[in-house]
Design a protein around this ligand. Structure first.
Ligand SMILES: NC(=O)c1ccc[n+]([C@@H]2O[C@H](COP(=O)([O-])OP(=O)(O)OC[C@H]3O[C@@H](n4cnc5c(N)ncnc54)[C@H](O)[C@@H]3O)[C@@H](O)[C@H]2O)c1
Length: 416
């Protein structure tokens, strides 16, 4: 098979996938779609030497001759576009998050099953050097059976907020609830263990002053306490605590491992610490080491974000399309195993932290219960099941906050 022909919808974050196609041996970028004229124009300029078609609307874009589409549009609008692409015979790479309601989750699973096309969830944090090594070691049995893990994706986006919300009051980042953006933290542990989450208790950071001054209506940060099918437990925390941290650790029946702490300044997601016995209960012979793992293609990683993981998530997607049996992608069921803990954690938060069962949509009968469930914080999708953006309700935020954000965004553009 010659190079896989890729189209990208949403060319802000989508720039990273466009970059992949420009250096890849297995893929080429053939079409870019963004409704924002300035985003489209910036790519017309950057990619002027390439044979790329530019579209400002999805309906024309999807008619282009291509094999696969990258969905890097709004985080809460992936499913309607994914379903249209799958039905058109196109493979789909979806940015985070996979869906925003249970209704969408059922529809997405059924569209993937019906069409037989490849759906790959772009949870790039699974492909960082440390998290990918943790997966490899876990699958080799290095730490035994998973018992407990912690994962953190702390990103204080306040300095970026104007640039990433443009002063739009209803931008998805302003309306997302505290546990929505959960797969950067939970994803790597799910991908590592391949264990299904069965129940969750959610918690919300409600000291929201810093969020409110940017215009964000949800809780400051979210926590999921997740129980897995083998009884193992994960603590996942993510959101806008003041200083950033991306960190993962896992304890098993004969050892533990973790990525370096960002604050230690010692390689963070590129370094792993391992402490494991050969046999559980025999404490003499152990492997105790720390190192910076490599996974091949290092010569191509320069300039790729998130510890080079942005390269690997696309590489594996394209290899999967090409039929490479070693391609490691995240399918639709695993994507939901990463996301549904966050969706149900919010229901737990709204129900005084009561535990919630996490459905398994692999099971066809379970789908019936959720087929019409549109509960979410997006008025465009929720219908009469609209949820408040935080457990404290929807805060009233003065228009001047959004006007200030828009002004800061425009100023930042004119400085370039
Ligand atoms: N994996 C990561 O590390 C990572 C990092 C940043 C963003 N993201 C994800 O990438 C996606 C995009 O985020 P973003 O930061 O680029 O900001 P964004 O969501 O504000 O930008 C989305 C872009 O898509 C375009 N768009 C939206 N709907 C469209 C439509 N119907 N037709 C044409 N164009 C449309 C918009 O004009 C905009 O340029 C989100 O899903 C986000 O979660 C992932």
């Amino acid at each position: 098979m010659s190079k896989v022909k890729i189209g990208v919808l949403g060319a802000r974050r989508g720039s990273e996938m466009i970059k992949y196609c420009k250096i890849a041996d297995n893929a080429q970028i053939v079409a870019i779609c963004d409704k924002s004229p300035e985003v489209l124009d910036s790519h017309k300029e950057k990619e002027e030497d390439l044979d790329i078609a530019f579209y400002d609307n999805f309906e024309a874009f999807i008619e282009h001759d291509m094999d696969a589409v990258v969905l890097a549009n709004y985080a809460n609008q992936h499913v309607p576009f994914a379903i249209k692409c799958l039905n058109k015979g196109l493979h789909v790479f979806s940015e985070v998050l996979p869906c925003q309601t249970m209704k969408e989750a059922v529809e997405l699973v059924e569209a993937v099953e019906k069409t037989g096309k490849i759906y790959a969830y772009g949870e790039n944090y699974c492909y960082m050097p440390a998290t990918y090594e943790m997966k490899k070691l876990y699958q080799e049995g290095m730490i035994g059976e998973f018992e407990y893990g912690e994962c953190e994706y702390i990103h204080n986006c306040e300095p970026l907020w104007a640039k990433i919300t443009y002063g739009e009051e209803d931008h998805w980042r302003n309306r997302m609830y505290s546990t929505f953006y959960c797969t950067h933290s939970l994803g790597p542990i799910i991908h590592m263990t391949k264990l299904r989450p069965v129940s969750v208790i959610g918690f919300e950071g409600t000291k929201n002053e810093r969020n409110l001054r940017t215009g964000a209506k949800g809780g400051q940060f979210g926590i999921e306490m997740v129980t897995l099918e083998n009884g193992g437990i994960i603590k996942s925390v993510h959101g806008g605590l003041y200083k950033n941290s991306t960190w993962y650790c896992a304890y098993g029946s004969k050892g533990c491992m973790e990525s370096a702490r960002e604050i230690a300044g010692d390689g963070d997601v590129c370094k792993i610490y391992l402490n494991a016995d050969e046999v559980s209960g025999q404490y003499g012979k152990k492997r105790l080491e720390n190192y910076c793992p490599t996974h091949g293609h290092e010569e191509k990683l320069e300039g790729f974000g998130h510890g080079g993981s942005d390269f690997y998530s696309m590489y594996n997607f394209v290899e999967k399309i090409k039929g490479n049996p070693d391609a490691d992608t995240i399918d639709v069921y695993e994507a939901l195993d990463m996301f549904l803990p966050g969706l149900f954690a919010y229901r737990s938060i709204l129900d005084k932290n009561a535990p919630k069962e996490i459905p398994d949509l692999r099971n066809r009968e379970e789908r019936e219960k959720w087929r019409n469930d549109t509960a979410c914080t997006d008025p465009g999708a929720a219908g009469d099941m609209l949820l408040p953006c935080s457990s404290l309700g929807d805060p009233q935020i003065d228009r001047s906050i959004y006007e200030r954000m828009e002004k800061l965004w425009r100023e930042s553009k004119s400085k370039k």
